[in-house]
Ligand binder design. Structure first.
Ligand code: COI
Length: 332
């Protein structure tokens, strides 16, 4: 029987793994994320199934190869935690799930964008402290007369674009290879998008050496003074220090993010206070609350998306066993 060790299995996922395991794979479900310390749970497995929070560096991959693991599949989109080259060199196949319910992340981006656009977090922070004045800083535009810029107009980006379009916003988009036959967005260059948008939303993958710090001082300078930046992609695609500075100096209006730096040391953990975070840049960024909103990388955490992630992962395995390659192989 084909054996799969599944790491980072959340409580809500366990019944879904049972329900969707139509091919009766022998599953070992491990609640913890994969690290060097527990990689031996995969000893004897044919495959592992992981998420974006599991360490899949060269050392871990060498151990996996020694245990006989031939497939490293992730049930998420991002593959920046997997050393694909090391896997390939050891003859291990890598696959991902590039298309689980795109509404999951798109709807969270929209929520973060609209919350900041209407100054809701600023107002609720004040009312909860007993301040019910109607402050001039709450005076806002309406979304149907606003412009939204989507950087990275793939599946998730285009889904968010459609949501904003349905609300009447004008939607600009930047993509390396724009699709000329669309009636949702107007493709522009980055500079135009940054200059014109009231909300800028990021949906680009983090590719080390290519998309790191894509939004830094120069890009923030080009944005409108009250513009909102939303990041549900990866913490590394923005220069977090530059964003913290831009918020503090009112260079931009707000930052809504589901992704931060040093997630390995933070996400999934509970700290007694913000000051205990093992990452000064995140403390600094979050001190700009309520103009900075941070959620704990939960964009994917909806019923349809989590079910898709597991179902499509099983389809990846089924295709591999039938035809030799997964539905969504990752080639370097
Ligand atoms: C992805 O699919 O790449 C994500 O960011 C979600 C994951 C961390 C569960």
């Amino acid at each position: 029987m084909f054996k799969i060790t599944v790491y980072n299995v959340r409580e809500v996922e366990t019944p879904l793994f049972e329900k969707l395991n139509k091919d009766n794979y022998e599953l070992t479900l491990v609640a913890e994320r994969m690290t060097l310390d527990n990689v031996d749970r995969a000893d004897g497995a044919d495959a592992i199934l992981i998420t974006a929070f599991d360490d899949c560096d060269e050392e871990v991959i060498e151990k996996l190869a020694g245990y006989g693991v031939k497939y490293i599949y992730t049930r998420v989109v991002g593959i920046n935690n997997i050393n694909v080259k090391a896997a390939r060199n050891l003859g291990i196949q890598v696959a991902n799930v590039p298309n689980y319910s795109p509404r999951a992340v798109a709807e969270l981006s929209l929520s973060l964008g609209l919350t900041l656009f209407r100054n809701v977090s600023q107002a609720t922070a004040n009312t909860h402290a007993g301040d019910f004045r109607l402050l001039p800083t709450y005076y806002a535009n309406e979304i149907h007369s606003a412009t939204v810029g989507i950087i990275g107009a793939g599946k998730i980006g285009m889904t968010e674009a459609k949501l904003y379009k349905a609300l009447g916003a004008k939607v600009l988009a930047f993509k390396r290879k724009p699709d000329p036959n669309n009636d949702v967005v107007e493709f522009t260059d980055m500079d135009t998008l940054l200059h014109k948008s009231d909300i800028v939303s990021l949906h680009i993958p983090y590719i080390p050496g290519q998309t790191g710090n894509l939004i830094g001082d120069a890009e923030l300078d080009k944005m409108k003074d009250d513009a909102i930046l939303v990041n549900t992609a990866r913490g590394q695609v923005v220069d977090n220090q530059a964003v913290a500075d831009a918020i503090r100096s009112n260079k931009i209006g707000g930052y809504g993010t589901d992704v931060i730096l040093d997630e390995d040391a933070i996400i999934g953990k509970q700290f007694d206070s913000l000051d205990d975070l093992p990452s000064p840049i995140n403390i600094e960024l979050m001190k700009n609350y309520p103009n900075v909103l941070v959620t704990p990388h939960m964009g994917f955490f909806t019923e349809p998306a989590v079910e898709d992630m597991i179902r499509i992962s099983f389809e990846n395995f089924a295709n591999t066993l039938e035809k030799g390659t997964p539905l969504y192989p990752i080639n370097e």
